[in-house]
Design a protein around this ligand. Structure first.
Ligand SMILES: Cc1cc2nc3c(=O)[nH]c(=O)nc-3n(C[C@H](O)[C@H](O)[C@H](O)COP(=O)(O)O)c2cc1C
Length: 173
């Protein structure tokens, strides 16, 4: 039996929800990243780390990219639609090529409730909206269109079924 743990960092709860589902499926203990000491990572055969996507960053991921793990699986949670999003720029910004070569990464669909955003995040999203609006229609990406359609409202794309490929992958390790 492999010793598995799930660790996450979440601001508004969608990454936490996925982490809870994954921990439940894998029957693994769940920890918030802030409560984990780097040395504890080596206590597990497999570490599953989840972080929300914020302006191209995977929050809290330094815990697992700067410290050794025996085997690591990372999942990101963002508003971008995973099936049609190219994550290479995000991955190359957050991780080294050596890290990427030894780490399996999954991307899960999150959500956003504008009413619950903190002031700084509200301001960042307002700026993004302005940038998307300025862009000529034919140059807007699916992200731009989704942002403009959902701006100010509440969207939730989380679903327990989305974790299945990750769960299957960990079971097969
Ligand atoms: C300021 C801000 C920046 C964001 N940047 C990105 C991004 O670069 N890519 C993305 O897919 N989603 C982005 N999002 C959406 C979040 O990743 C999404 O709401 C996610 O579900 C949040 O996870 P959490 O609920 O665990 O905090 C951003 C959200 C905010 C508020």
């Amino acid at each position: 039996m492999k010793k598995i743990t799930v660790i996450y960092k979440s601001v508004y709860g969608t990454t936490k929800r996925y982490a809870e589902w994954i921990a439940e499926e894998l029957k693994a203990p769940l920890f918030e990243a802030a409560s984990v000491k780097p040395a504890q990572l080596m206590d597990y055969d497999v570490v599953v780390y989840g972080g929300g996507l914020y302006a191209g960053g995977i929050i809290g991921a330094k815990l697992v990219s700067k410290n050794p793990c025996k085997s690591l699986v990372v999942f990101t949670v963002g508003l971008a639609t995973p099936e049609i999003t190219d994550y290479s720029a995000i991955l190359n910004k957050n991780f080294t090529s050596e890290f990427l070569a030894r780490t399996k990464i999954f991307h899960l669909h999150g959500g956003m409730d504008y009413g619950k955003l903190g002031l700084a995040h509200k301001a960042m999203m307002a700026l993004k909206k302005k940038e998307s609006e300025k862009m000529p229609l034919n140059e807007r990406t699916s992200d731009d269109r989704a942002l403009l359609e959902t701006y100010g409202g509440k969207v939730d794309f989380t679903g327990r079924g989305n974790i299945q490929p990750l769960v299957d992958y960990v079971h097969a390790l």
